[in-house]
Design a protein around this ligand. Structure first.
Ligand code: IPD
Length: 266
């Protein structure tokens, strides 16, 4: 059984390798649609994912791998990997930063290690359960702001039009009550931005586990609380990340903005 640090080293190595693939951006991205016409996948998502999956097969042959583009594989060990080879696909399509590779390892259902590699900024965010969070080796700590009115809040939106309308209603109720809103385009990096103190808080509804698995560990290891609203687990409905005091205040605002009912289309 590998320890969390060894799993983090593998995640970091493979996130960088997938990032190198994404840098070779071809003229024709071979764009196809997934859940909606705006939910895209490119040949580069698939090429980057292949590098990660093949790397895991060699280094951790008994582990289960859940990957955004190729689905779920079986594995008999206690380790499960969650892989998003290109988080921020729409940014990538437009040649707009940021976009990232996100890889997390869970052991017995608990987050153990996570790597998020911001390809355009060449920043590797790493989290090790109980071992802290770093960016390119430097320790991370989230901001200590406690007043939502002075907080810069990141968020994101899903791909389904009706769900986006519900998300828009929440953000319009929230906007007058916070410093400002940011929509960077990568959930994994939004969570790393909380960890790095580049925003005060982040919330989003309807994410997939590969979007948040690595970033949530990194944010937690930097001192943030990452959880669902109203007692829901992370990833179910709205996920909120902020330092613990701001978490409580933002939780209250989000509930009064109607975010407690934001559930993605099934
Ligand atoms: C998306 C991004 C985006 C978030 C969406 C995700 P993708 O992931 O993380 O910021 O708002 O909810 O689906 O499609 O680029 O892998």
């Amino acid at each position: 059984m590998a320890d969390a640090r060894e799993l983090a080293d593998i995640a970091a190595e493979l996130a960088r390798a997938a990032g190198d693939v994404l840098r070779q951006r071809p003229a024709d991205l071979g764009i196809e649609s997934k859940s909606t016409p705006t939910d895209a996948v490119t040949v580069m998502d698939r090429a980057a994912e292949k590098v990660v999956i093949e790397g895991l097969r060699v280094r951790r042959p008994g582990d289960r791998v859940v990957a955004e583009e190729s689905g779920d594989s079986t594995g008999a060990s206690r380790v499960v990997w969650y892989v998003d080879p290109l988080d921020g696909t729409v940014n990538y399509l437009y040649g707009l930063p940021p976009y990232a590779v996100s890889i997390a390892a869970f052991v017995d259902g608990q987050p153990a290690a996570g790597a998020v590699y911001d390809v355009s900024r060449d920043e590797l965010f790493l989290g090790v359960a109980g071992g802290g969070a770093t960016c390119n080796g430097s320790p991370l700590a989230c901001r200590r702001q406690t007043d939502p009115a002075l907080s810069l809040v990141a968020t994101g939106f899903g791909y389904d039009a009706a769900f986006r309308l519900a998300q828009a209603r929440v953000v319009s109720a929230l906007l007058p009550q916070v410093r400002d809103i940011r929509r960077a385009g990568s959930a994994a990096l939004d969570l790393c931005s909380v960890a790095a103190g580049r925003v005060d808080a982040y919330y989003e509804a309807g994410m997939h586990i590969w979007d948040w698995a690595a970033g949530a560990l990194i944010a937690r290891e930097a001192g943030a609380r990452v959880d669902g609203l109203a007692g829901r687990p992370t990833g179910e409905g709205v996920t909120l990340a902020a330092n613990p005091a701001l978490f409580d205040a933002m939780h209250e605002l989000l509930i009064s903005a109607g975010a407690g009912h934001l559930l993605p289309p099934s």
